[in-house]
Design a protein around this ligand. Structure first.
Ligand SMILES: *Cc1c(COP(=O)(O)O)cnc(C)c1O
Length: 365
């Protein structure tokens, strides 16, 4: 695997074109009042182009708006696409920070490797976030549980219907202000067990953050809604618990041990990584290993599992209240740990608590 180490890389030169139709401060304030996740976008976006001949070039910040794409663009046919999700948080002193962007940058590189897309140096990934905040920093809302969700993504733009890795690729960053994911606090979610559909297979793309995994999850997610559930949990072919398709899953045992599935078809969440670190700091044991559905259900029945929660950047932590399958409904025990870890993590992200691990990176300076 070719992971660049990115030592002393020269920054990219960005050409900045201001949006002549940028929202006024009053319009922006109205949009920031109560944003629905993923529906409102800031005034600008970042775009870089890669070609096999020139590498990454044409770095621009330009008005947010429609792309011009040939109908033959490879991504529209074969789905050669990857993305990231990361937030910018406003602290009480007005400064703007993001959380572990090096982790997202390296994960984008791993996803790129799997989807045969070019590597974007991590330094350039982080620079792209800074460039966008430089022009759209006013869009980072203040206040608890509010943030600017940044969506970096990369796709094959080459107009070519042959099947091979594209020779022209775009990398963009767009941004969308978001409020609390759960209105009125983190209510326990109900989970539908997908017994008929998988999201990923052995040797597939499950560990890459790629749109195709989400496409495969939409039908089972629709099934979950029909069953009155909020989310889906997927199993692998051997009956091991994988994840929710957009959030990782963690179990808490009676003795305080946290257990989370290990598999090469799970997307390795940075929220999970960070929550597990905070739990270790508190003295909890952490195990990353395969977890069968039987272990989960029997653990709940016997009282060995005292809590289960889902986690990811968008929702942070969601306690699991119910697991439902075709022929069973298991109420899940609710504990204190999920919400207490959630509070500790968000306190760090919003600058309300000491950042002992050096996870925050300031974006506006
Ligand atoms: C993004 C994502 C997650 C959560 O990752 P975070 O880095 O914690 O946001 C979990 N599962 C899938 C499939 C994802 O795409």
């Amino acid at each position: 695997m070719d992971m660049t180490t990115d030592t002393a890389l020269a920054p990219l030169e960005f050409a900045v074109t201001r949006n002549p139709a940028a929202k006024t401060a009053a319009e922006r304030a109205a949009l920031l009042a109560d944003p629905v996740f993923g529906t409102v976008f800031t005034d600008h976006m970042v775009q870089l182009t890669w070609t096999a001949g020139e590498g990454w070039h044409d770095a621009v910040v330009r008005p947010y708006g429609a792309l011009s794409l040939e109908p033959a663009a490879a991504v529209l046919h074969y789905g050669q696409e990857i993305f990231e999700g990361i937030k910018a948080y406003r602290h009480a002193d007005g400064s703007i920070h993001t959380f572990r962007p090096d982790q997202n940058g390296h994960r984008l590189q791993r996803s790129a490797h799997r989807l045969a897309l070019p590597q974007l140096p991590v330094e350039h990934f982080i620079q792209s976030l800074r460039e966008l905040i430089e022009v759209d920093g006013a869009w980072v809302p203040g206040g608890d549980d509010r943030s600017l969700y940044l969506r970096p993504f990369m796709f094959a733009s080459e107009p070519f219907l042959g099947v091979r890795p594209a020779n022209q690729v775009e990398f963009l960053v767009i941004a969308s202000p978001v409020g609390a994911y759960f209105k009125g606090g983190a209510k326990p979610v109900s989970i539908w067990l997908s017994e008929d559909y998988a999201r990923a297979g052995k040797g597939g793309t499950g560990a890459a953050k790629t749109g195709g995994n989400y496409a495969a999850s939409l039908l089972p997610q629709a099934e979950a809604y029909e069953q009155g559930c909020d989310q889906v949990v997927f199993l692998d072919a051997d009956g091991n618990v994988e994840e929710l398709g957009g959030m990782n899953i963690v179990f808490v045992r009676k003795d305080g041990t946290l257990v989370t599935p290990d598999s090469d078809s799970i997307l390795e969440g940075i929220t999970r990584l960070s929550l597990l670190q905070l739990a270790k700091d508190r003295g909890h044991a952490v195990e990353q290993r395969p977890v069968t559905l039987a272990e989960w259900r029997e653990g709940v029945a016997s009282g060995d599992i005292v809590e289960a929660f889902a986690c990811g950047t968008a929702a942070v932590v969601a306690p699991i209240g119910t697991l439902k399958g075709h022929d069973f409904t298991d109420a899940q025990p609710l504990g204190e740990l999920a919400l207490s870890l959630r509070e500790e993590l968000t306190d760090i992200q919003y600058g309300r608590r000491e950042d002992k691990h050096g996870w925050l990176v300031r974006l506006d300076a």
